[in-house]
Design a protein around this ligand. Structure first.
Ligand code: SAH
Ligand code: DHB
Ligand code: MG
Length: 224
């Protein structure tokens, strides 16, 4: 780890301690995810709290998440929901979904959260067919190659004023490589280009450093 990366880690640790960004439910979610062999790619504690605050600012009653993993970001987002609020999270891997369900229940959020197993591109049309949505906030954090399709779906399942967040749009700066063969880079670039070209979306992207390295989020609001 470079000196800078060590510093980013130290500052995230400092923020997490000073601002009390962790608690037994979140720590437990990470622990059980590790124990089950899930990859350590959940959002960081400061990022998770940012998701919670954004959902609160948004007054979100309905949240869509694409990419559950062990449910860490799910718990952060679901904590912002009022009584009667609902979060649907889509996960391809049944093992991840099972770990996530346990973590969500342990966090006391089982009544607000539904984990749906399967490829998101199959689950999304089903949500639409079931008349679910519009979602006040969508958090896109699954396979990056499908990011353009996920942003389209999030828009399709939105209303004016909905917020769409896309994780991992920087990836150590790789996003600037227009000639990249990496399908994740291509998917992320295409999603950003879609946001820029879509008149119903007003968006930006923010670079971040921390325990997740050098990365960032895109944010877009659905306009009238
Ligand atoms: N949002 C989580 C991290 C998600 S990691 C958090 O921050 O806590 C990405 C997840 O997307 C993985 O669990 C992976 O299995 C899932 N995934 C990958 N491809 C997918 C697909 N096509 N449909 C749904 N989920 C997918
Ligand atoms: C990866 C995926 C993520 O969602 C993330 O936040 C970090 C890394 C990955 O696939 O490597
Ligand atoms: Mg991510």
């Amino acid at each position: 780890m470079s000196t800078h990366e060590q510093q980013w880690n130290d500052v995230d640790t400092y923020f997490a301690e000073t601002l009390a960004l962790t608690d037994p439910a979140l720590e437990g979610a990470l622990k059980s995810s590790d124990a089950a062999g899930l990859p350590q790619i959940a959002v960081s504690a400061p990022q998770g709290k940012l998701l919670q605050l954004l959902a609160q600012l948004q007054g979100a009653r309905t949240i869509l998440e694409i990419g559950t993993l062990g449910g860490y970001s799910t718990i952060c987002l679901a904590r912002a929901l009022p009584e009667g609020g609902r979060l649907i999270t889509l996960e391809f891997d049944p093992r991840h979904a099972e770990v996530a369900r346990g973590n969500i229940a342990a966090a006391g959020l089982a009544d607000k959260v539904e984990v749906r197993v399967g490829p998101a591109l199959e689950s999304l049309p089903r949500l639409q067919a079931e008349g679910l949505g519009p979602f006040d906030l969508s958090f896109i954090d699954a396979d990056k190659v499908n990011n353009p399709a996920y942003v389209r779906w999030a828009l399709e399942l939105s209303r004016p004023g909905s917020l769409i967040i896309v994780d991992n749009v920087v990836r150590d700066g790789k996003v600037v490589d227009g000639g990249a063969d990496d399908p994740s880079v291509r998917g992320t670039r295409a999603a950003l280009e879609f946001i820029a070209a879509e008149p119903r979306l007003s968006g930006t992207a923010i670079q971040t450093v921390g325990t997740k390295g050098y990365d960032g989020f895109a944010l877009a609001v659905v306009i009238g």
